[in-house]
Write a protein that binds this ligand. Sequence first.
Ligand SMILES: Nc1ncnc2c1ncn2[C@@H]1O[C@H](COP(=O)(O)OP(=O)(O)OP(=O)(O)O)[C@@H](O)[C@H]1O
Length: 252
Amino acid sequence: MIISVTSGKGGVGKTSLVVNMAKAVADLGGRVLVVDCDLGLANVDILLELAPSKNIQHVIMEGERLEEIVVSVPQGFDVLPASSGVAELTRLDNETKEILLEHLQGLWGRYQWVFFDTGAGIGDTVLWFNGLAHRIVVIITPEPTSLTDAYALIKVLHRHQGKQDFWIIINEVNNRREGQRLFEQIGRVVDRFLGVKVHLLGVIPQDRNFSQAIREQRLLIEGWPLSPASQAVREIAEVVFGWRSRLGKGRG
Ligand SMILES: Nc1ncnc2c1ncn2[C@@H]1O[C@H](COP(=O)(O)OP(=O)(O)OP(=O)(O)O)[C@@H](O)[C@H]1O
């Protein structure tokens, strides 16, 4: 099952949540791959303190095989790293997309869960990766711009790709009630103007250990396993873990 973790606004916690969810799902027994889909501005390798010699850039530009690029991390999952500072990769032409898709299809059958950590916004590459996913998880924070940008992203994915269902994580809230209120707010708007359904996947409290974890290049759920945010990530992972069995073994 391919799960894309995406957002309208940048800096809302996508990469932080993807790597922590990947470990939490792997801890439950899943074979997990994280794909850094922010092809020109990669971050996953930094958060995991990887120094990959090759990345997706080498597949696209030099014809390397993805298998040669995948890195197994000690946290128990695999990572497909991307490159940083390569402007050409921020917009993929159709031929490149076809090549990449062919490579990816040969790879992800080996995994039960594939997490896409997409870039932010409604750019072509973000939309393309979201289009490949079985489930789209949109991260929203309480900032009003995050909410309006999430609406814009959902609108574009619905109109251009016919996506009907979105799973929402409200991140960086002061309390659960605030998360619930924000979820209801986005739910009302997308239902009224787009006829789209959103589902609450989880609410994650604000936790300054998240930025400490990034500075130390550690995972929150490893370094601060008892924090409320770690607990929330694990609860989300349990829901995600249950998705695959419901989807059936044939897909993903
Ligand atoms: N629940 C949280 N509480 C406090 N800080 C958080 C929380 N979640 C994420 N952050 C912080 O938000 C910042 C951005 O996180 P991250 O890089 O994961 O976001 P992103 O959406 O992947 O960014 P980009 O759009 O640039 O790829 C980081 O400093 C991280 O520590």
